[in-house]
Design a protein around this ligand. Structure first.
Ligand code: IPE
Ligand code: IPE
Ligand code: MG
Length: 264
């Protein structure tokens, strides 16, 4: 490490520490979701292949998971591969699947050491068998951990999830388990892949794109949205702290007016 690198690293760590200290631990979002975007552009900017961007993004996943767990966030959900991402060139899809497998293998010890439970949402049946088997094994191996739930959205899209829920609901109605007039919010929530988690309160998207790309459309009904121009491989602990500080400055009214809210 050069002296300049040492100084930059030290300045970064100090900045992260001072941002972390400003966070009000009493008002943390319980669930943070991230659309990890910009790996390809990050790599291309430096003349490298898109796949190098995906590989580099793994460090950002580590930092996001570590910092969220350290703060005391209970649920962190990462959009890692969408239903639509299957339409990318085969070489990129294959590289992403290999990277997923390798990352699970490499990180399982750290997940257990940090008491983090791994979870996955999405059409897991569409993943290659080796990936699915390893993923399910890792989920099983971390199932006793209770500090934070780290959910990977894999082969996930919100419309896929809603269609699946609609199908299950149709079966319940056809079987007479449920009457059409009994269908309410709770009924639908129970049929979503996120049935056992609270809705995300903060949704972060990196890479400067202002869109949701078919992610948790039902669950983000009242999420605070935070967009950063940083590409995912550049996302560091301090970026998560900044997003949370920004979240803590917002007034969440849920349809009411300001005066009705219980202010501290
Ligand atoms: C996000 O980065 C990772 C996945 C969608 C798998 P991208 O691969 O979308 O990178 P950009 O947006 O093309 O730069
Ligand atoms: C969204 O990113 C999906 C993930 C981050 C996994 P994309 O790069 O696929 O989204 P679009 O195509 O720019 O909307
Ligand atoms: Mg993208």
């Amino acid at each position: 490490m050069t002296w300049t690198e040492f100084k930059t690293g030290k300045a970064r760590a100090e900045n992260a520490m001072s941002l972390k200290e400003k966070i009000d631990i009493e008002r943390l979002p319980q669930h943070v979701a991230i659309i990890m975007d910009g790996n390809g552009r990050w790599a291309k900017k430096q003349g490298k292949h898109r796949i190098f961007g995906h590989q580099s993004g793994v460090q950002s996943v580590r930092e996001a998971a570590e910092s969220a767990a350290e703060l005391g966030i209970s649920y962190l959900t990462l959009y890692a591969f969408s239903t639509e991402n299957w339409n990318r060139p085969k070489i990129e899809v294959n590289a992403l699947m290999s990277l997923l497998l390798q990352t699970i293998n490499d990180e399982i010890v750290t997940l257990n050491k940090n008491n983090i439970r791994l979870n996955a949402i999405g059409d897991l049946q569409s993943l290659p068998k080796r990936n699915r088997d390893r993923l399910l094994k890792a989920i099983e191996e971390t199932s006793g951990n209770d500090r934070m739930t780290l959910t990977l959205a894999l082969s996930y899209s919100s419309r896929w999830e809603i269609i699946e829920a609609a199908r299950k609901l149709a079966v319940e109605i056809a079987n007479g388990q449920c009457k059409p007039e009994e269908v309410d919010q709770e009924c639908i929530e129970k049929l979503l892949t996120t049935y056992n988690m609270p809705d995300p309160e903060l949704l972060i998207r990196t890479s400067g794109e202002y869109r949701i790309s078919n992610f948790m459309l039902w669950q983000i009904a009242y999420a605070e949205l935070y967009f950063t121009p940083k590409f995912w491989p550049d996302f560091r602990k301090e970026d998560l702290y900044e997003a949370i500080l920004n979240f803590q400055c917002r007034e969440r009214r849920f349809g009411k007016i300001s005066e009705q809210l219980n202010k501290k």
